[in-house]
Design a protein around this ligand. Structure first.
Ligand code: IPD
Ligand code: CA
Ligand code: CA
Ligand code: CA
Length: 264
């Protein structure tokens, strides 16, 4: 099976899942909490993940699926074809704002990211990439990122990291906030990554993300020249949680050396 075929199939199920979410959530939404009061999940997160699993199994039962809600199998290696799926990224936005939430999917073949998708469900906007062939925003190709200076950049960062915290030198983050043109916090990692790869943000930083938050986005990143690493500048481990930064290549190093400095 070639990549084009998997790509066509992936897009078709993403659009179908999006339309199911838009149809369902106004009358059928059950909200629960997971690890804490701020960690929300809904029946629609789970139903959407299950929808993807059933469709993918029918398409090719040898494909493995790692999903946030744990409804796929336990995936311990990236051998073979592995779909890493976040059925709804930005569940709090979904529940509270009814917008600004994404479907995020990355497809790896023998450990190499091949197809990446971030779909803004309410706007029906798709960011996607085919490794080695390019990246697109709906029907328009995404260009390689143009270089940007720190003082002209807009950075996606959560306000928590500006306040004293145990993860990162917040005094350096404050310096960064003063230096850059602006900061933003959208509440969906996939959306912030989509904005970096399309030049609407110049970087996005998080102290802890999971593979499904970033799998699709990092595959798109490669095609436009954005650099995605953990906060030690190493590649992200797609089977575990890690710190994360994605940035325009002209400021990635400067951000890590001067401003985004973890305690350990
Ligand atoms: C969350 C969102 C949020 C990020 C969290 C993620 P979820 O994903 O991407 O922006 O700050 O770390 O867990 O739970 O809404 O899929
Ligand atoms: Ca979640
Ligand atoms: Ca997520
Ligand atoms: Ca999610």
């Amino acid at each position: 099976m070639d990549l084009q075929q998997i790509d066509q199939f992936a897009k078709s199920i993403i659009f179908e899942a999006g339309s199911r979410i838009r149809d369902a959530f106004s009358y059928n939404l059950v909200i629960e909490t997971k690890s804490s009061a701020n960690d929300l999940v809904t029946n629609i997160d789970r139903e959407t993940e299950l929808f993807f699993i059933e469709k993918i199994r029918a398409f090719d039962p040898t494909h493995k699926i790692l999903g946030e809600e744990g409804m796929g199998e336990k995936v311990e290696s990236l051998e073979g074809v592995v779909w890493i799926i976040d059925p709804i990224d930005g569940t709090m936005n979904f529940v509270k704002q009814h917008r600004h939430f994404m479907i995020s999917i990355g497809i790896f073949i023998n450990g190499v990211g091949k197809l990446g998708y971030i779909f803004d469900v309410m706007r029906e906007d798709l960011f996607y990439a085919i490794a080695g062939e390019g990246a697109w925003y709906n029907d328009s190709p995404l260009r390689k990122l143009q270089s940007v200076k720190m003082e002209e950049s807009v950075i996606g960062i959560n306000a928590h990291w500006v306040a004293p915290n145990r993860h990162i030198h917040n005094e350096k983050v404050i310096e960064m906030v003063r230096k850059v043109r602006g900061t933003r916090s959208y509440g969906s990692a996939a959306m912030e990554i989509a904005f970096v790869v399309s030049g609407k943000l110049d970087a996005y930083v998080s102290m802890r993300l999971s593979p499904w938050d970033i799998a699709g986005g990092t595959i798109i990143a490669k095609e436009v020249g954005a650099i995605a690493t953990n906060l030690h500048g190493e590649s992200f481990d797609f089977l575990h949680q890690d710190t994360f930064i994605i940035a325009n290549p002209s400021i990635h190093k400067e951000l890590l050396e001067k401003y985004i400095v973890p305690y350990e």
